[in-house]
Design a binder for this molecule. Structure first.
Ligand SMILES: [Zn+2]
Length: 127
């Protein structure tokens, strides 16, 4: 599985097989629950205490992108008003919250977790 596919499907950065999250993103009361360790290879996802606080910056980047895209979209379609901007920008951000939360953590762990991919063969030769 490619790194991009592992990120999109929320897989472990080390084995790219184990899920990072316990439930589906559409499970509104459980979308945030993560496995502490990879169910496949046992990698500890929280690399150090408070590791995922850094995912806040990824989430912030997503939110800014949504707000900017909303502003550009409203301007292009000549619908811009401060009310439209606030309602649509904030509304889209809230609707996408489960995905923003999960993908900010997934991307942060994949980019800054310091975990390299180990294929099955490499795992076997180590054991
Ligand atoms: Zn794993």
């Amino acid at each position: 599985m490619s790194k991009l596919k592992a990120v999109i499907s929320g897989k472990c950065p080390q084995c790219r097989k184990g899920d990072m999250f316990e439930h589906n993103a559409l499970s509104l009361s459980n979308f945030h629950k993560m496995h502490t360790h990879c169910p496949n290879c046992g990698l500890k996802y929280e690399r150090e205490p408070g590791f995922f606080i850094g995912a806040m910056y990824v989430n912030y980047a997503f939110s800014v992108a949504i707000i900017v895209a909303t502003g550009i979209g409203l301007t292009v379609f000549d619908l811009y008003s401060i009310y439209n901007f606030l309602i649509i920008g904030v509304g889209v951000t809230i609707l996408l919250l489960p995905f923003l939360f999960r993908y900010s953590r997934i991307i942060y762990l994949h980019l800054f977790g310091g975990v390299s991919y180990k294929s099955d063969q490499m795992n076997k030769s180590k054991a």
